[in-house]
Design a protein around this ligand. Structure first.
Ligand SMILES: Cc1cc2nc3c(=O)[nH]c(=O)nc-3n(C[C@H](O)[C@H](O)[C@H](O)COP(=O)(O)OP(=O)(O)OC[C@H]3O[C@@H](n4cnc5c(N)ncnc54)[C@H](O)[C@@H]3O)c2cc1C
Length: 412
């Protein structure tokens, strides 16, 4: 019987294990934590957005610079396949109003429990609290148990699915980068993705408005296209899907010019002229807040943001304040740390793997999931790609096993 080891028990690794086990390969999964799938289960706290229902052409553009590499994988095992897989495990899915796809239970636990049962039935062995710690001189894998004992293990093929470096206490902490780099494998530095940004708010503003959303605004980053949605003010900055989706542009602006300014349009549905015209009718006794609320419906947090951006005192002139409302500048001082990020940018360079996700420098060794160099916004694209890559790596491993068996280089 052919053997495989999967290192990392997240969505990518366990999907690879399922595909390999179905093909009759004996699988051992090594998971460093006391239980697998911890990040997947945490994702379930937010409703578990498994994938997205938008059409294929739009879907694949979400992978930005990695679209060409990821598109064929999402074609091989796509949103419909993932939904069918979940339904097969007893957890049918539904499409939310935003087009995002969730399990009906809106939780990850029932789905994950059913999956572990299926994997056990397929004979997949999950060795918990066992950490891959590198390669021995002869190329076999070094596995360290919780007592610190290290043993050498080997198998016909290996799939690494070690994840990125966000929320490290859930298991994926990016320590693999050094071990892979030592083998000459090119790894793009890991960075926080889908993460909030830091802004040096005044204490008064932070105390009053942290936790307040600004709804129906439009945000422009570094001269790009404006995007409409909601942002959340936090004690030390801003977060939310709109910010996450522009993460790559924000990081690029910070890296190249050392600064990044977000421009927030607080009334995107009104033109500058309309805003100025409405503000022209101020009653003599109106406070600034009342004036802004009455004239254009600005809430206290938006009015506070205007004050914050103009050094504490609002301009009196309607034209000047209208211009500010249409483009409030927010100076970003950095991104929040990777340990609070939803996902990780950077990872093993695409040039290091073939179309089956096999490492060119280590034939018979495959990689999948967030440990590769790609990123995507929230919306189900992260889990979809992780699952799709698990399938691709496993199919690649099967093809490689079949090829090697044909050449007679593997033991029967
Ligand atoms: C709060 C939060 C919410 C999220 N919500 C969503 C969502 O709704 N939709 C979505 O699409 N995505 C979501 N994501 C992202 C998604 O969870 C990840 O993209 C996905 O889990 C990546 O899968 P993976 O298998 O590549 O890595 P991981 O899930 O990180 O799994 C890697 C596994 O490898 C193990 N491991 C690491 N190193 C070793 C080692 N040396 N030896 C043995 N085992 C090791 C880890 O313990 C871990 O179990 C969310 C993420 C977070 C943090």
């Amino acid at each position: 019987m052919r053997t495989a080891r999967v290192i990392g028990g997240g969505p990518a690794g366990l999907m690879a294990a399922e595909v390999l086990a179905r093909a009759g390969v004996a699988i051992t999964v090594h998971e460093r934590m006391p239980s697998p799938g911890r990040k997947f289960l945490l994702a379930g706290h937010g409703g578990l957005n498994l994938t997205h229902s938008e059409d294929r052409d739009r879907f694949v553009t979400r992978y930005g610079a990695s679209t060409d590499r990821i598109a064929p994988m999402v074609e091989g095992f796509g949103p419909d396949d993932l939904r069918e897989w979940a339904a097969d495990l007893g957890e049918p899915t539904f499409v939310g109003t935003s087009g995002r796809v969730f399990p009906q239970a809106l939780r990850a636990t029932p789905l994950f429990r059913a999956w572990l049962t299926r994997l056990a039935e397929l004979g997949v062995q999950i060795e918990r609290r066992t950490t891959w710690t590198g390669w021995a001189g002869n190329g076999s894998l070094l596995i360290t148990d919780e007592d610190g004992e290290t043993r050498e293990v080997s198998s016909d093929v290996t799939v690494f699915a070690l994840g990125g470096a966000s929320w490290p206490h859930l298991g994926a902490d990016g320590t693999w980068v050094g071990q892979f780099a030592e083998r000459g494998i090119d790894v793009t530095p890991l960075e926080a993705a889908n993460v909030g940004v830091r802004v040096a708010w005044s204490e008064v503003f932070a105390n009053r408005f942290a936790g307040t959303p600004l709804k129906n605004v439009s945000v422009t980053v570094a001269g790009g296209e404006p995007r409409r949605g909601e942002i959340m003010l936090t004690a030390s900055g801003v977060e939310g899907g709109l910010i996450y989706a522009r993460g790559a542009s924000i990081r690029a602006a910070l890296a190249t010019t050392g600064r990044c300014v977000l421009e927030v349009d607080l009334r995107p549905e009104l033109s500058l002229e309309d805003v100025a015209r409405r503000l022209g009718k101020r009653r003599p006794k109106d406070s600034a807040s009342n004036w802004l609320r009455r004239a254009i419906g600005l809430d206290p947090a938006s009015a506070g943001l205007l004050r914050e951006a103009s050094g504490g005192t609002l301009p009196h002139d309607a034209a000047a304040i209208a211009a500010l409302i249409k483009a409030v500048p927010i100076e970003v001082t950095g991104t929040m740390p990777i340990d609070r990020a939803i996902s990780t940018a950077g990872g093993i360079a695409w040039s290091e793997v073939d179309e089956h996700l096999m490492l060119r420098r280590l034939p018979g060794t495959f990689v999948a999931g967030e440990m590769l160099d790609w990123e995507a916004p929230t919306g189900g694209y992260l889990l979809q790609a992780s699952f799709s890559m698990g399938v691709v790596a496993a199919q690649g491993a099967l093809a490689w096993l079949a090829d090697d068996a044909a050449k007679g280089s593997l033991s029967p």
